[in-house]
Design a protein around this ligand. Structure first.
Ligand code: SF4
Ligand code: F3S
Length: 104
């Protein structure tokens, strides 16, 4: 599966949702996640994200993000249509420690 990672938090460009052939993105207040059981590993979303928040889970050190995607894709509503990103999305994409701040 592919996973959405920390960079998406408070950034949320949502370009990714428009290209997914199986509509497996789910939207929380601060980020999007991919449903790991629905993702067919096509990879088309990865280059769509302007801030490179989407990674294949074969990359190292993504265990935490696979957990986040698995858990919240069961709780959050599906999203299939792009919406405007926050005005400070580019700045927020560069901020570290967003997981600790917004998920605990
Ligand atoms: Fe959707 Fe393909 Fe991205 Fe998986 S890899 S979330 S199926 S666009
Ligand atoms: Fe997030 Fe990138 Fe999609 S910022 S909403 S993963 S386009």
């Amino acid at each position: 599966t592919y996973v959405v990672t920390e960079v998406c938090i408070k950034c949320k460009y949502t370009d990714c949702v428009e290209v997914c052939p199986v509509d497996c993105f789910y939207e929380g207040e601060n980020m999007l996640v991919i449903h790991p059981d629905e993702c067919i590993d096509c990879g088309v979303c990865e280059p769509e994200c302007p801030v490179e928040a989407i990674k294949p889970d074969t990359e190292p050190d993504l265990d935490k993000w696979l957990e986040v995607n698995t858990k919240f894709s069961e709780e959050w509503p599906n999203i299939t249509t792009k919406k405007p990103a926050p005005e400070d999305a580019d700045e927020m994409a560069k901020v570290d420690g967003k997981y600790e701040k917004y998920f605990s």
